[in-house]
Each structure stands twice: as structure tokens, then as C-alpha cells.
Write a new protein. Sequence first.
Lengths: 113, 115
Amino acid sequence: SQTIHQWPATLVQPVGSPLSLECTVEGTSNPNLYWYRQAAGRGLQLLFYSIGIDQISSEVPQNLSASRPQDRQFILSSKKLLLSDSGFYLCAWSGGALGNTIYFGEGSWLTVV
Amino acid sequence: AQTVTQSQPEMSVQEAETVTLSCTYDTSESNYYLFWYKQPPSRQMILVIRQEAYKQQNATENRFSVNFQKAAKSFSLKISDSQLGDTAMYFCAFMSSSNTGKLIFGQGTTLQVKP
């Protein structure tokens, strides 16, 4: 069966510090991968999606970037965090026999102070 | 642009009873997907049920079923025999068949199941 994991689960970072959130998918090959962000108590907003290695599309201009160095690895980064980057970040995947359904990881709660 | 509206910010139901969560959406497309996701206090987004717009038959997953009215652009979720573990925020979401991966979410409905 397919599984998705992301880490760290929570982190508190000072303004101006770098960020790296990692996500891996197991049990499938060539998945579509996504990074979503959720503001407090609201629905999710798509930040990035990837259909393959080094193929990244950005949905929203922002202080963040994404990379996909391996088929099943997706990384969300920032060189200098802003207060407005605080939020709940979820990695997700779709593909294979499960088609267009999107499955989410456990999420990472980021607080920028 | 597509929009998804959930008009019930909060709802409550007694354990073992049935509850229906409402969702409406707006799109000019004819082929798309609709989803209900559950977000418990752990905050992980869990898929509850999925409906393809070209299918007339309403989707069902155990105690969860939908009432999909394509002409009315309505997609409600019915939870039967509610359990305490159903307490969560529920999100309705839309995805175009031409833009797979981009889920458009509603504002969410917080459901509390009371013992």
C-alpha cells in the first residue's frame, strides 16, 4: 500500500532563518506531488505541484520554493522566513491506479517568531 | 473561477444519529471531481468520499454517503450512525478534470458528535 510521510511535525523558527520540510511517498512510482498550506481554521491552498523530477510548478508567488531531487521526495524550502509564512503545511500525492484522488501527509506546523 | 461554499460553520449531532453537511459549488465545467475530507484534531487531512461528476450514482463509503445534484451544483455529505470519532472539521473540495491536483476547498464545517 502507498504511504506518505513528512517531517518535522512541528517547528518554531525565527524570522530570517531558513526552512526545509521534507516529504516522501512509498509504494508507488512517478507520483504527482503537492505542497499545500492551511491558514488557521480554513481550507487548503495549493503552493506547488510536481509531475516529475525537477518539474515544479508554483501556484502562488511567495517566499517559498520547492524541489524534487528524487522521484518520491518533495522538499519545501525558504532561504529567509517571514512571519507570514507561519501555518500548517501538508504534502500530498496522487497517481497510479488511484488516479485523480489526492492523499495527504500528516502535516507540519510552522511557527515563525 | 470555481468556488466551493459550505454554509454551516458548525454542527452537532447526537451519537448514533444521522447528520447532513451541505456544500455547493460553482463551475462552468462539465467534468470534474468532488471530495469530502475530514480533519480531526490531529490535523491530518483524511479522504472520506469521492464523486466523479459524470457518474449519476451517488458515492457511498460505509456510513458515509453523498447526495450529488449536478444541475443544482450541490454535494452534501450524510453521516449515518454518527460516532464520537466522527468529530472533526469537514471540508468539501472541487477539482477540475483539466487541472488535476488543484483542489478548491470550502471554508469547512466543524462537526461535534455528542455522547
